[in-house]
Each structure stands twice: as C-alpha cells, then as structure tokens.
Design a binder for this molecule. Structure first.
Ligand code: BMA
Length: 329
C-alpha cells in the first residue's frame, strides 16, 4: 500500500467514488465550487491554490478582473468548498517594506514550508516569468526576487528541502501561448540564488493528450513511492489547445528522475463547466491537499479558465494506475 508521508486532515473536502465510476479520479458532484462574478471586481476565479490552516482553509486565487487583467487575491473557507475571497489584490511589499505591486499575476501555487506560506505565480518580468513571495501571518506579504528569467511559467516549489536545497519546478516558455514546453527543476540554498537547472520530463509519448506541452501542477505529494506529481498536458486540435490532467512519480531524493509516468491522462475536459467557458476545454490543476491517515487526495483545478472545481482520488489507487499505465517518454 502506498502511504502519504505527511499530516492527517480529517476535514478534507471529500466524496466517495460513485459506484459506477471505473476511473482512478472522480469529480465533486457539486462542481463547480466557484462560479462567475464571485465578487464586485472579479469576473472569474480559477487555477487557484488552497491549504488547510488552523482547522479551516485558506487560499490564493487567480482572479480575472472585470477589465480582463489577472491578479491574485486571498481567500478563506471553513470547509474547503465555500470560499470568501477578498475583493482586493494581495498587497505585496518588497523586503524593505515598500509597496511592490504586480502588474499582472496568475496561476498561483501555495505551499507551507516550516512556518511560512510561499506563493509562486506567473509574474510580469517584461514578459511572463516566475514570481515568488511569502507570508508568515497572512497579513504581511513579502515579495522575493524573481527566481528565474523570462519566459517561464508554472513554478511549483517542493514542500520541503531535498538534500538541503529548495527545489522549484518550472516550464520555460515564450511570451505568448507557447506551442512547446517541458518541465525543468532548479535548486536554491536560500530561495534567492537558483541554479543546477535540469530537465525532468518532456512532452510527447505514444498518446496525444500531452503532445504539445506539459506543466506542473500542484505541490508534489511525498509518498512511500516517491513524489506524486500531478501536472497538465496539452494537445492541439482544430479548435485550439485541450488541457488534461496527468500524473508522474519522481524519485524522493533525486526528483529529476522520473520513476513512473502515466501514458494515459487521469482527467480530460468532459463536463460542461470544463468544455465550455471563457477558454473551453481546460482542466488546469494548481493544488492538492491530502489526508495522510486515509490516503485521500483532493485536487483543486481551474475549469475552462472560468470556474474552480474539485476532483478526488486515493493515493494507493492513483499510484497503482500510474504504474499500470507507465510509459517511458
Ligand atoms: C495557459 C495559462 C493558464 C490557462 C491556460 C489555458 O497558458 O495562461 O492560465 O489556464 O493557458 O488558457
């Protein structure tokens, strides 16, 4: 049995797998959990990240404003399903305490390392690059220097140091809608100086769902089999890109090494809130939370660049599936 190496979360949002479901991952029956126009200034909330905190939940939310520009807002929830999202953007300051607003920001990830919450997002550094900031109290939000040069997206920090170094996944890209992309890893002793960049895994394989580009993903989950990494894979169709959700297992001590990777996707756009919206046919996972006690995993994903939705799986079943459909890519 694969175990999650982490903490228990008895109040994880959860629904058992429907009896008729033969897939390793299933959707929340009350999806989407955040719909159109959730606050006065926000049109859509999607591609967002939630964490448990003091018995309830907090999150950083990609909010597309009613002028079309994206930024990140903070929000809270008692149950991980119903959220109260601030109508104002996160008030970033630099390390000197001066206001350091972002011109745009999207696709945030949130991870707690020791006593600090880190936010990683797609930032504007004369083009898309990785943004990084932290808060210890959810009141003061401090920006750090951009870890990587443009153009880059889909930055994801590991939830602990590996061999004494912070590890950051990213997906080098271009300044537009990027028709290519593989997942790379970088490391740092202090979250300021980054290097030892290496390629973890590429697009492609026998299937087509991840043939154009791939990008992580929620925070990797440490398991007895290695780091369980969910990610998105993109294929190109007559109607544009289609974003699906896949999974891989990376070596615990050397996460540049892919142990297993599923040649099949785990979720692809199927429900109306995934196939129809501001950008149709997008499933974009940005966060997972888990209950190590039971092996339950809840994944928050953006649907059709419009909605926030939840999917569920069990670590043992999903790891077995990734191994069963493993493909060397
Ligand atoms: C990517 C990002 C995501 C978005 C996706 C589909 O390039 O911009 O925020 O969900 O495209 O439009």
């Amino acid at each position: 049995m694969t175990q999650i190496l982490g903490e228990a979360l008895p109040n994880i949002p959860w629904e058992d797998k429907p009896a008729a479901c033969i897939e390793p991952m299933w959707r929340f029956s009350k999806n989407p959990i955040i719909g159109w126009n959730p606050t006065k200034n926000i049109a859509r909330v999607y591609n967002s990240a939630v964490l448990p905190h003091n018995g309830s939940f907090i999150g950083v939310f990609r909010a597309d404003h009613k002028n079309g520009r994206a930024n990140i807002h903070f929000g809270r929830s008692r149950d991980g399903v119903h959220f109260e999202i601030d109508d104002h953007v996160i008030p970033w300051k630099n390390t000197k305490g001066e206001p350091a607003p972002v011109s745009y920001a999207y696709d945030p990830r949130l991870v707690k390392i020791d006593d600090t919450f880190y936010v990683v997002w797609c930032d504007d550094m004369h083009g898309p690059s990785i943004g990084l900031g932290y808060t210890k109290d959810l009141v003061n939000w401090i920006r750090l220097p951009n870890p990587l040069m443009p153009f880059n997206r889909n930055g994801v920090l590991f939830p602990r140091k590996v061999n004494g170094k912070y590890k950051l996944l990213s997906r080098p890209s271009d300044s537009g809608h990027t028709p290519f992309g593989d997942i790379f890893i970088s490391e740092s002793p202090d979250l300021i100086h980054w290097g030892n960049h290496q390629r973890v895994m590429g697009r492609g394989g026998k299937g087509w769902w991840q043939g154009v580009k791939i990008g992580s993903g929620p925070t990797p989950i440490e398991t007895s089999e290695g780091w369980l990494l969910f990610y998105h894979g993109v294929s190109s169709t007559c109607n544009g890109f289609v974003y699906s959700l896949g999974a891989a297992i990376l070596d615990t001590d050397n996460p540049v090494k892919v142990k297993y990777r599923s040649g099949n996707y785990l979720l692809t756009p199927q429900e109306p809130y995934e196939t129809s919206g501001f950008v149709s046919n997008v499933i974009f996972p940005c966060q997972n939370i888990y209950d190590a006690e039971t092996g339950r995993i809840a994944i928050y994903y953006g649907a059709a660049d419009t909605f926030t939705a939840l999917a569920f799986c069990r670590v043992d079943e999903v790891v077995s599936y990734v191994k069963e459909y493993h493909e060397n890519i």
